[in-house]
Ligand binder design. Structure first.
Ligand SMILES: [Zn+2]
Ligand SMILES: [Zn+2]
Ligand SMILES: [Zn+2]
Ligand SMILES: [Zn+2]
Length: 601
């Protein structure tokens, strides 16, 4: 079979998971345009491989090897890396070209790259324009933030991930333009909202799912521009205020009761097949103001002609396989966390660069290959400076060498030119990386893949207060609680990087009091994992709308819903099909856009 002469789809078996995946004619065109071979890993394994190269939210004690300062950072002291504190790492007190290596044609490229990684200093934490935010990593322009990650232009927040222009946010995940937000996920424009999921432009409300433009609402799902609703029932102002006396979230017992009721309401109502807002010709989930995108997840604000994007946006064009990136970038391929760049491939971290491959944390550079932490450089390979002609001569030889002497990992997976870095050479154990958050695996699974696993650290502290001994109501909690080491109710028994205990900061306690919300009984890592259960993963299933005309039922969960309006398809079953992140096993009733709109908008 001479399949390469066919212009139709090509079916490939993934080198990693062994499942078949499809490379479409348009994909081949893209790979040709950027001159990389077609992938040998499926899209989801490729994403996991990139994620395995980025640290998540685990922090360790270490010492800066340059200034000797004690620091908290992403590498524990026992890692075999040279770690510098944030200030030293960004400073001009060292030169990354000092670590340059000659390319060795007797060794696979990836092994040489790993040698370079162990030589070039790594940051305890990254981030620029950070004020009073020592425990916050990979943030830009953040102030008074604690245990906050990958956030921009935010302040006075704790235990957050990916905040944008937000303040007074606690336990929030991907939350933009918000103030006084507690326990939120994929939200925008909130003020005084507790427990918000996919909520936009809402205030003075609690427990919202897919709500827009609401205020004074409690426990509501799929509602628009409403006021004084409790569990989707419209009330008079007086009746609302009366009932809200009961729903006092300062009490842990009441909070748990509300959570349960909210979850039951959520399951009883149809869900949109995907969160897609103001976008044309797109598939995936959580997409806003974008067009012509396939299999994109968390793609926000002007993403165009992209495929396999996971967390990205802000004017990202013509790119494939981007995880955490964008911001005025184009023609990017297999990158993690690269911004404001063009034609950067197979790289992680950095920005403002062009025509680079296999790089990590490069800034304002171009024509680089296999370089780590170079700034304002051109024509370098493995952190060694070349003349333009030398670079142009050597580069094709290296690519050829990568094909002739590829790296082979413990499981026999082969890495030629065009493959992202092997997971087993990552600086981070699998369960310390982003990959573990989005593709959790057990220790046994990770070890059997040949990847690294980090055992939980031995803690010297002793739990001084069991969670069941906390006062039920926040008003009965005294400042003495700040001295306590509170046990997490998961007691380390989950697979969520449970720290088994946690402390409260004074800012946190003040916030819980101000928001009148009961103290958490879970450690921040467990809370993080629980929060993420409100969003789906990255698999897409081709399914049909579950609307059957008058009524709809999910056979799996035996949930049923009676329509309140007449739909375009009348009394018969809805003929619409879509791609959704809801697997057929999920308990939710899934509607197409038209049926959802007929019921709720
Ligand atoms: Zn795969
Ligand atoms: Zn825990
Ligand atoms: Zn439908
Ligand atoms: Zn319908």
């Amino acid at each position: 079979m001479n399949s390469e002469t066919h212009s139709t789809d090509s079916v490939q078996a993934c080198q990693s998971c062994k499942q078949n995946f499809i490379v479409e004619p348009e994909d081949f065109e893209f790979y040709k345009k950027i001159d990389v071979p077609p992938p040998t890993w499926c899209p989801l394994c490729r994403n996991m491989r990139r994620e395995a190269w980025r640290e998540s939210h685990l922090l360790y004690r270490n010492t800066c090897k340059l200034c000797g300062k004690s620091v908290v950072g992403i590498h524990p002291a026992e890692d075999r890396f040279v770690v510098y504190c944030r200030e030293c790492w960004y400073s001009d007190k060292w030169d990354s070209l000092d670590y340059g290596l000659d390319y060795d044609f007797n060794k696979p490229f990836f092994l040489q790259y790993r040698e370079l990684m162990e030589a070039v200093p790594r940051p305890a934490m990254t981030g620029t324009s950070i004020v009073n935010s020592d425990f916050s990593h990979a943030c830009v322009s953040c102030k008074n933030c604690y245990y906050t990650f990958w956030s921009l232009f935010s302040e006075d927040s704790q235990n957050c991930f990916a905040l944008l222009f937000s303040r007074n946010a606690y336990d929030s995940y991907v939350t933009d333009n918000s103030d006084h937000a507690y326990e939120t996920l994929h939200c925008n424009r909130l003020y005084k909202v507790r427990f918000g999921y996919f909520a936009d432009n809402c205030f003075d409300s609690s427990f919202l799912f897919d709500c827009v433009g609401c205020s004074d609402c409690f426990g509501c799902v799929n509602i628009r521009k409403q006021k004084y609703c409790i569990f989707n029932k419209k009330l008079s102002k007086d009746e609302y205020l009366k009932q809200m006396e009961y729903w006092d979230l300062g009490s842990y017992k009441r909070l748990e009761e509300a959570k349960e009721k909210f979850r039951a309401l959520y399951l009883s109502l149809p869900r949109r097949y995907a969160h897609i807002i103001n976008s044309q010709n797109v598939t995936g989930d959580i997409i806003r103001d974008s067009k012509n995108c396939k299999s994109c997840f968390s793609a926000l604000d002007d993403v165009q002609n992209c495929k396999y994007l996971f967390f990205g946006g802000l004017s990202l064009k013509d790119s494939y396989d981007v995880t955490g990136g964008g911001d005025m970038s184009e023609l990017m391929y297999e990158i993690f966390g690269v911004t404001r760049s063009q034609r950067v491939f197979l790289s992680a971290g950095g920005g403002n660069s062009q025509d680079a491959a296999y790089c990590n944390w490069i800034e304002n550079s171009s024509m680089l290959f296999g370089c780590i932490r170079l700034k304002n450089k051109k024509y370098c390979i493995l952190n060694k400076q070349y003349a333009k002609e030398e670079y142009e001569n050597l580069l094709p030889k290296i690519k050829k060498h990568m094909d002739e002497m590829p790296y082979m990992d413990k499981k026999g997976r082969v890495y030629k030119y065009g493959e992202f870095f092997p997971t087993e050479l990552s600086a981070y154990p699998f369960n310390d990386s982003w990959a573990f958050t989005f593709s959790p695996k057990t220790k046994e699974e990770v070890i059997s893949e040949g990847w690294k696993w980090r055992e939980p650290q031995e803690h010297s502290y002793k739990i001084s207060l069991e969670p069941e001994n906390l006062p039920d109501h926040i008003r009965d909690v005294s400042d003495d609680v700040l001295k306590e080491i509170i046990g997490c109710i998961h007691k380390g028994g989950c697979n969520e990087r449970c720290t088994s205990a946690f402390r409260l900061t004074s800012e946190e306690l003040a916030f819980y009091r101000k928001m009148n919300v009961a103290l958490p009984r879970l450690c921040p890592n467990c809370r993080y994992s629980q929060r993420l259960q409100w969003r789906n993963g990255y698999n897409l299933w081709r399914r049909s709308c579950m609307c059957e005309g008058k009524q709809s039922t999910n056979g799996k969960s035996r949930m049923s819903y009676t329509n309140t309006s007449v739909h375009f398809h009348g009394d018969g079953s809805c003929p619409s099909e879509f791609e959704t992140t809801f697997s057929p096993e999920k308990p939710e009733i899934i509607y197409c856009d038209q049926c959802y709109k007929a019921e709720f908008l």
